[in-house]
Design a protein around this ligand. Structure first.
Ligand SMILES: Cc1cc2nc3c(=O)[nH]c(=O)nc-3n(C[C@H](O)[C@H](O)[C@H](O)COP(=O)(O)OP(=O)(O)OC[C@H]3O[C@@H](n4cnc5c(N)ncnc54)[C@H](O)[C@@H]3O)c2cc1C
Length: 449
């Protein structure tokens, strides 16, 4: 099925003005899916001076690939992605027991119909960005705050400028300014103490005491020392106590993406104190000093490394307030252990953009659209947030002895079952149903008064 990105929806004298705050995968995928509709005026406000190429490799599951195909990016994605090898087309990852100096072994091979595809974040960002007109992208626009009335939202940027829109979508990542404002708006009207506590706890992300160490290894460098290294062909997860490493080819097999994840031994340590120190390759060498030879080969090929603190959010009691909602990490930042954050952001964009193009949508009905999006997507992402956290514990063998490793495979499969369930396309139908109900309820209450 191919979803046309244009429609005759929202017919009216002026286009509906949608402001997107943040030009990461969430913001740009949404901008791409909305920009072809002449009845929607979409503007992207990004804090940095260009769409940033940070982040190295990412993977997505077949459910995301299906969406990219439906919105007309089949060829564009195929040109940039690395697919599983033909002899293992359903392969997701090999999970290895690796925390010993002797050669490890695969304790579980995760298969998913269609397998896992991988890419450089910058390449996917570029695929979306190229299709969004430059006149609609505004750089060095760091949102500080917004104010909303019944019929519009005013955005206030750090450079002193302002913009106005009919709806604001906060795609501004884990430290989202939009999220803080949405939750503070809710706090203004919330009198129940336990609900106030819940809202307050969601304002800021929580550091998981986990770091991700990311590096890119040229495939030619790895092949020169180990031509048949498993990571040249198949995604690998090297597992062990308190840490693991995820390794897979990207950029059409020209690079190997390395992500080492460790849990800080001192759980009392603060994020600020730790991150005052510059990241060093020696730290990573020390972390994996006694691990298996295949991993040592990879470490020898690494020259530079970056360190990423892993933050997550508690599930938010709501993403939406009036004409403002959240999308991507701003709404559901999660641990990366299910390789799901970017894919979930694209699913958010798919559902929200389909609703916004619907013929029942007008400037007046926008709050109902955002409520319907929130109702369907929030529950979905909560499930994946929980699964992502849990998978981290499984990869680190928490609560398991060495002779119990064969129990881990079924647990991983159980916590990643969502990959094949809750169909994002069927969810659009469900969300349209909610949206119609909300719109009719609003109409009824207006007629009553
Ligand atoms: C180590 C690691 C590995 C991962 N692996 C995977 C994986 O394999 N698969 C997967 O699906 N996901 C993965 N993820 C998660 C994925 O990277 C994120 O979920 C995804 O990139 C989030 O996209 P986003 O657009 O919501 O946020 P971001 O990418 O954070 O983009 C937010 C944008 O908003 C801008 N911004 C911030 N504040 C403001 C402001 N106030 N005003 C204006 N602009 C602002 C920022 O500059 C940025 O451009 C991984 C994450 C990590 C850390």
């Amino acid at each position: 099925m191919h979803i046309p990105l244009t429609s005759s929806a929202n017919a009216g004298p002026d286009p509906i003005r949608i402001a997107i705050c943040g030009g990461g995968i969430g913001g740009l995928s949404l901008a791409y899916m909305l920009q072809k509709n002449s009845n929607i005026d979409v503007q992207v406000y990004e804090a940095t001076s260009h769409f940033e190429e940070v982040g190295a490799g990412l993977t997505v599951w077949p459910r995301t690939l299906r969406i990219l195909r439906m919105v007309g990016l089949k060829d564009g994605y195929s040109d940039l992605a690395t697919f599983p090898p033909p002899e293992a087309s359903n392969l997701a990852y090999d999970f290895r027991k690796s925390d010993q100096p002797e050669e490890g072994h695969v304790y579980f091979e995760r298969q998913v119909p269609g397998g896992l595809t991988s890419f450089h974040r910058a390449h996917l960002l570029d695929l979306f960005a190229k299709k969004v007109p430059t006149k609609n992208c505004h750089f060095k626009k760091r949102l500080q705050c917004y104010e909303q009335t019944e019929d519009h939202v005013t955005l206030y940027f750090a450079d002193g400028t302002q913009a106005t829109c009919d709806a604001l979508i906060g795609c501004d990542g884990v430290h989202s300014a939009v999220r803080k404002r949405v939750l503070k708006e809710k706090l203004l009207y919330e009198e129940d103490d336990s609900r106030r506590k819940e809202l307050t706890e969601c304002l800021n992300p929580i550091w998981s005491h986990t770091n991700a160490w990311r590096s890119l290894i040229p495939m030619s460098v790895l092949k020169a020392v180990a031509p048949d290294h498993p990571a040249t062909k198949r995604p690998q997860i090297y597992c062990g106590t308190r840490q693991h490493a995820v390794v897979y080819p990207i950029a059409k097999h020209t690079l190997i993406n390395f992500v080492g994840c460790n849990r800080e031994p001192n759980e009392e340590g603060t994020y600020d104190a730790l991150y005052a120190l510059p990241p060093s390759k020696e730290d990573v060498d020390k972390m994996y000093a006694d691990w298996e030879p295949d991993l040592q080969i990879l470490l020898k090929c690494i020259t530079t490394i970056t360190r990423w603190p892993i933050h997550y959010l508690k599930p938010l009691p709501s993403w939406t307030e009036g004409r403002v909602t959240l999308l991507g990490d701003a709404a559901h930042a999660m641990a990366p252990h299910c390789a799901a954050g970017a894919g979930m952001a694209i699913e958010d964009s798919f559902l929200l953009s389909t609703l916004l193009r619907h013929s029942m949508v007008s400037k007046v009905t926008l709050p109902s659209v955002l409520r319907a999006y929130d109702k369907v997507r929030r529950g979905r992402s909560e499930h994946v947030m929980e699964a992502s956290e849990y998978c981290g514990f499984i990869y680190h063998f928490v609560g398991k002895n060495e002779d119990e490793l064969d129990l881990l495979g079924p647990e991983i499969a159980r916590h990643t079952e969502w990959i094949m369930s809750f169909d994002p396309v069927q969810d659009v139908e469900v969300a349209i149903g909610h949206m119609m109900n909300y719109i009719f309820d609003d109409c009824r209450s207006v007629h009553k008064t």
